[in-house]
Design a protein around this ligand. Sequence first.
Ligand code: BG6
Length: 515
Amino acid sequence: MTQTQAKARTLPDVLKDEARLPSIPEPAVIVIFGASGDLTARKLVPALYDLAQGRRLPMQFAIVGLSRTEMSHDEFRERLREALEKHRSGRFSDDVWESFSRGIFYLSGDSKKPETYRELKGFLGELDEERKTRGNRIFYLSASPSLFSTIVERLGEAGMNEGEEGGYARLVIEKPFGRDLASAKELNADIQRYFEEGQIYRIDHYLGKETVQNILALRFSNGIFEPVWNQHYVDHVQITVAEDLGVGTRGAFYEEAGALRDIVQNHVMQVLCLTAMEPPVAFDAESVREEKVKVLKAARPIPEGEVDQYAVRGQYASGWVWGEEVDGYREEEKVAPDSTTETYVALKVFVDNWRWAGTPFYIRTGKRLPKKATEIAIQFHPTPHTPFTREGTEGLEPNVLVVRVQPEEGISLKIGAKVPGSGFQVSSVNMDLVYGTAFLEEAPDAYQRLLLDLMLGDPTLFIRADEAEGAWRILEPVMRAWSGEREIPSYPAGTWGPEEADELLRRDGRRWRRP
Ligand code: BG6
């Protein structure tokens, strides 16, 4: 570059360039409680490794795994390396692993006992010296939820609720966040006794999914959707989180959770919030979360005496999925043979505000459905009048805008079009945008995005205390009604849920989409 060219770059140019550079977080140690569990091996460490490979982690970074299992640092590293090979599809680099694994450590200890925290504190101090992690600590609670309050209390008692020497301390809480409204409130109070809300990161991996964030991009970066995004134009909304898998080896966990707690209270409610919220003033934590909370406040709790009119549950029986015969839920490992835990939920929710009054949001989620598919479908009102003949419009359906969260991430809009030929036949066709073909960049995994935001100290895509509570409030009457029931409708694996779910929409003159 010549001198004249160099001079031509103004300060705003330089600042613009810097803003485009990816931010690298400050040095830090991430302590994972429950490190011998599935989440660490399947999600957390693969995401951190990918960040390291993409040069998004600081050089001075360390992971400390903590759980009761006895293991040496090397055994822990070896276990994680095997997990990476199993759970990551991308290229694996021995060189990256070599430097990444040098920052991985393991402590075995009982997270209920104060001495574990004394040992941990000493060890973190040594790491600050050795790896220059500057007193910044992230405590990731991926342990059993029954231990959350105790771990937080012990951390607080050990004075680890603040970073060392000017560093920060952040706390990450995995779902489930409580079992109901009362326990969520209690947990919030327990945590807030030691940590300020700004230090708490309640994680919901759906918010880390690119296509879930894209709901916001679609709504608030396009001028054409917002004017029709309301009850005047929208007939109803369908949110589907369908899975083809069963509960697999997680029977014991699932018996306690069920689909309502496992998926609806968190993932589905978050998607509902992003779909229904008002435009935030800015894309920052307070603005976005404030608008989401308003949706939860406006959502009508399912009326106590009329749960059957608004909510359906079901449990998969044996059946066929992708050509393979599969067991019913009650035959799964660690599931009671007479279990009434729901593996399917369908709900009708109303958001009682100016924008959505009278527009139903139909929500459904289930395991062992015919395919994995997460989507939001906005179905618009039909045209008030059509000039074409009834025969000519037999294949015409109302406009539907579908945001496909996974798989085949993209957006499609169903529109009416003339069928080629003589006469005037009109039929519905799809305008389709497939993200995979529109952008060259590969979407990062949800955990990668969220872990990076966490290290950068950006809580926009994390859940605030009142959001977690608000979501429980809507579902409380359903949980109460279902807890007393001895029977549960069943559906054969590989079908779209119980007949009662179809009836829920049929009563309203509508039907579920087939994603
Ligand atoms: C988890 C649930 O939170 O989300 C699982 O506990 C579920 O039961 C999973 O299978 C679905 O996530 P994804 O990203 O595969 O849609």
